[in-house]
Design a protein around this ligand. Structure first.
Ligand code: URA
Length: 232
């Protein structure tokens, strides 16, 4: 339950002071009853508020970090597979969706929110958000490949990827950072160099790093600090 004046100010119906004034003058109704009390508490997800007869649309913005497991699709609905939205079904009412996509067999950090504006920004090619993946692969990683990643690898459809970074951690495990999001991009970059990704895990997205306390399929709300970092 939250104070009506706080919610309305948050929704830009005016400053806290202006909103209090509107409430006292009887502009707002909650579930069909005029409310004159600015400290009246409501449940924004359940109660219906009107301002001067017009419905007030209220959706609290929510932000989560999910450690996506395999066999789950990054979509809001799928005819065959479980989706990442099904994992956060407690928040279905808030209409959350994934920020971008990970392949069905890719695991790791996926941001889930209902903040369309932020999602759009994070996915826009204009902002070049860096994403880092741990890629386990088969094939020979030659030392000259580091430079190839830096120069931009040309993948199967002839597209030359933007400069990327790669670091070999083990003989068959690399850390790859890209700042675009073409379909199956990391897998196709490796294929272009005659290697095959057999396991892919996203470990960071922009300023956020996958929380090591989250097991596959677990999620947590982003902290205020993390939300602030993303918005920057
Ligand atoms: N690159 C891929 O190939 N797959 C993903 O899921 C993400 C990046």
């Amino acid at each position: 339950m939250e104070r009506l004046d706080k919610i309305l100010a948050h929704l830009n119906y005016g400053s806290r002071k202006e909103v209090k004034e509107y409430i006292r003058k009887g502009y707002f109704m909650v579930n069909g009853e005029t409310i004159y009390d600015d400290d009246h508490k409501i449940n924004p997800l359940e109660d219906e508020i009107t301002f001067d007869g017009e419905k007030v649309e209220y959706t609290e913005k929510v932000y989560f970090m999910l450690n996506k497991p395999e066999d789950v699709v990054s979509a809001t609905w799928d005819p065959r597979y479980k989706t990442v939205v099904d994992i956060l079904s407690d928040y279905a009412k808030q209409k959350i969706f994934p920020v971008g996509r990970l392949d069905i067999d890719t695991t790791g950090l996926l941001i889930m929110t209902n903040d369309g504006k932020l999602a759009h920004k994070l996915l826009s090619p204009k902002y070049h958000v860096w994403k880092t993946y741990e890629a386990r692969f088969t094939g020979d990683f030659k030392s000259e490949y580091v430079k190839k990643f830096e120069e931009g690898i040309t993948i199967d459809d002839g597209y030359t990827c933007l400069p990327a970074k790669v670091e070999l951690i083990q003989k068959d495990l690399a850390l790859v950072s890209i700042h675009e999001g073409k379909y199956h991009q990391v897998k196709r970059m490796f294929e272009a160099l005659d290697m095959k990704v057999v396991q892919l895990k996203r470990v960071s997205f922009g300023p956020l790093t996958l929380d090591s306390n989250l097991s596959l399929g677990e999620y947590r709300a982003l902290t205020e600090e993390e939300i602030k970092l993303l918005k920057e």
